[in-house]
Ligand binder design. Sequence first.
Ligand code: HEM
Length: 483
Amino acid sequence: MIIFLFPFIYIEPSKSEGKMTKSSVTVEYPPGPRSRLPNKLLREFINDPIKIVMDIAYTYGDIAHFKFGRQHVYLINNPDYIEDILIKNYKNFIKSKGLQVSKRLLGEGLVTSEGGYHDRQRRIIQPAFHPNLIKKYGDIMTSFAGNMSHQWQDGNTLDIHKEMIYLTAAIISKAVLGSEIKPEQGDEVGDALLICAEYFNRLLMPFGELIQKIPILGVNKGFQQAKRKLDSIVYSMIAEHRDNERKGVLQSDLLFTLLQAQDSEAGIERMTDSQLRDEVMTIFLAGHETTSNALTWTFYLLSQNPSVDAKLYEEITSILGNGKDTRIPTIEDIPKLEYAEKVFRESMRLYPPAWTIGRQAINDYKVDKYIIPSRSIVLMSQYVMHHNPKYFPDPDRFYPERWTKQAKLQLPRFSYFPFGGGIRGCLGEPFAWMEGILLLSTICQRWKMHHDPEHKVELKPLITLRPKNGMRMKLELRDKNCL
Ligand code: HEM
């Protein structure tokens, strides 16, 4: 099957370390898996990508080399090398070719654009995500989470992953566009949003271009129609916002902030409608599935670790009260919700929502004693680094207490990097932390979740790190007196 999908794949020589000739220059490759069987590794990767990268990392060390078809791939497993690639030498790398395809959806938004244009757009948009400016979205987060959790019934079993997708999509719609799009089943706009999100997530990953070629995944199904629908909404919202600006009506959503954004110091003008459309669509899509996955895994981990759950609930009640005196959290509570922060951090260590980052080298690049030839793909996996016992003793244990201030200071910067780093690191990181802590405490304040033993938990890591079969949880109201 894969041979038909990836006809360029060919047989590698079988050796653990090798030398090959590239345009009359001999290239020395780091050790890595070699197979006489065509496509074996790619087939294994498609079936279970996390197992493959973990095996390679732990067998071959800091830098490993292998091939998918004719494509040279380097897996980098040393935090200092990762820092060099993402920060010090970021100009020598672009994102993978897969992103060219996702330009169909995102145009030249922050996730897909490259080089000077990207850096210029980032400079205009970044200030809108300053922690002080995004505080205003805190109320949206808690009121939406509160409404959702008040609709749940004691004793019911729900797919909590689905609930979290709906919740985070509704929050990002409100924060970005200022209007409520309810991504519920049967809702045309909500469905369009979810179809585009699915497409976006598939293409965001390294090898997205390969994944895109697999017809059985039905990636393109309904996509064009969904895209047209979202485009027309976003363009009409831009027109409405510009009209309000002319009338002097101020709006607090992100689109309004972006519409006014400019950088006079750098001589950067305001954005055109099409630039705004690309950036809004990007933020819209980048800004919800990752957070919903992080929350889903957090609820799962809490259900498996009752003592952590009890400690979290104790913190929540000590800050937000209990019984009839309960109040919902606000952004002022975030610094006090220290244990909630540790729980969310530890959950993203075990289940990093973006589990790997890929780059393609523009020019030859030196790592350790090896030269990575131009056009090679470089993979840096959060999942691999976050499970390294050198940095995280007993790495499979869910242990929020490990995140002491001292531990945070001592760890190498890229031993823990759920949000990537550098100029291409996550723009929404402050938004995501705020959302994670607020949603976790608003929901845990009211509900204890029990994982349905009939439900099989499996990773679906080809894209973001989703639970493959959703996450079935039985709800228990923690305090019958809680309003
Ligand atoms: C737990 C939640 C989140 C995680 C784990 C996450 C993770 C990431 C990662 C790893 C990247 C970098 C990818 C790379 O270097 O190739 C990224 C980029 C990005 N993220 Fe997030 N993200 C999250 C939430 C958000 C939110 C809430 C928003 C917006 C509101 C957002 C907007 C973006 C944007 C626009 C980029 C592209 C930045 C650029 O290239 O300049 N993300 N995210």
